[in-house]
Design a protein around this ligand. Structure first.
Ligand code: ATP
Ligand code: MG
Length: 295
């Protein structure tokens, strides 16, 4: 590693640590205490087949209900697409799951035992929920490989070994992910030089380095070419089963490819579930056509 790179990585590390510290602020003491009990209380339990359970979640912003008694269950290994008009509450739902927004009412659990509403944002990421925002956020000045390496080391369990040499297993893992995200031949390329779609894949790869049980993907193919979109669908289909995926998208062709004519699609509208069923069923649903598809 060159001294320059060493320096930029240590800057990145400092920034990352500062961000983690900032995320830990502003939480009430009882929440922190509850978190201690919960994490010590055990690992998430997926034996009942449920990865995520939202029950009667309401989020109000100045009296406006962005989520209104939203209930949703995602099974272990399931790939669920969520569609709905602008402002339906899709992103707000992800904000609740990841601890960014606290609901006014309702329950949210990860597996059958972990109460998400009592955990802090950073702790939720650590217990196995990965989130992809719409805009790619990779370290542009680092190589593809270094981005994945940093993601691996951002994991608390591995943080003690930060800047130590990668183990064989870790190198193998990076190799696997590079193949999965179609960037094997670009491993040494500077991330800033990748196409928009490739940056999106790299960020997904960075999430996968931490092996999340549940992945939340907010409009992952926005701005991608048709070919990149198709490849992304293939990638998500290959992750299904190993991970649970919640994919929010407006691109119906992509949703069609992901659901393969049989999986459940959830339609959100005004903060609650308007319809649920196969894509062909919800597309034929008059209420759905009226508020969304028929626009
Ligand atoms: N922090 C906030 N303060 C006030 N209102 C908010 C806030 N966040 C979201 N909203 C409002 O809540 C509603 C739901 O927004 P949200 O971003 O969840 O919609 P969405 O389904 O993700 O829409 P899109 O498809 O456009 O991304 C919108 O009316 C939005 O303006
Ligand atoms: Mg949104």
């Amino acid at each position: 590693m060159t001294p320059d790179l060493m320096e930029s990585m240590s800057e990145l590390r400092a920034r990352h640590e500062a961000r983690l510290a900032a995320q830990g602020q502003g939480e009430s003491g009882d929440r922190a205490a509850a978190f201690g009990r919960l994490l010590k209380g055990g690992e998430p339990d997926f034996t009942h087949g449920v990865a995520l359970y939202l029950d009667d979640i309401t989020v109000s912003f100045d009296g406006f209900k962005a989520l209104n008694s939203l209930s949703l269950t995602i099974n272990v290994g399931e790939l669920r697409c969520i569609i709905g008009p602008n402002g339906a509450g899709k992103t707000t739902m992800m904000d609740v799951i990841t601890g960014k927004t606290r609901p006014d009412a309702g329950k949210a659990s990860f597996g059958s035992t972990i109460d998400l509403l009592r955990l802090r944002e950073n702790d939720i990421a650590q217990i196995g929920i990965g989130r992809k925002f719409q805009k790619p956020t990779v370290y542009e000045q680092l190589s593809v490989f270094e981005n994945l390496e940093l993601a691996l080391k951002a994991d608390r369990r591995a943080r003690a070994s930060l800047f130590h040499r990668l183990s064989g297993t870790q190198l193998d893992r990076i190799g696997e992910i590079l193949a999965l995200i179609h960037l094997k031949d670009d491993a040494q390329r500077t991330a800033g030089l990748l196409s928009h779609g490739q940056k999106q894949w790299l960020e997904i790869g960075m999430l996968l380095m931490q092996d999340p049980k549940l992945l939340l993907l907010d409009e992952p193919v926005a701005g991608m070419t048709d070919e990149e979109t198709e490849r992304t669908a293939e990638l998500f289909l290959s992750l299904e089963g190993q991970h649970s995926l919640v994919v929010v998208e407006h691109d119906m062709k992509f949703v069609d490819q992901l659901t393969e004519g049989r999986k459940t699609v959830t339609v959100l509208h005004e903060g609650s579930v308007l319809a649920e069923g196969k894509l062909s069923e919800v597309q034929a649903n008059e209420k759905v056509v009226e508020v969304y598809l028929g626009r």
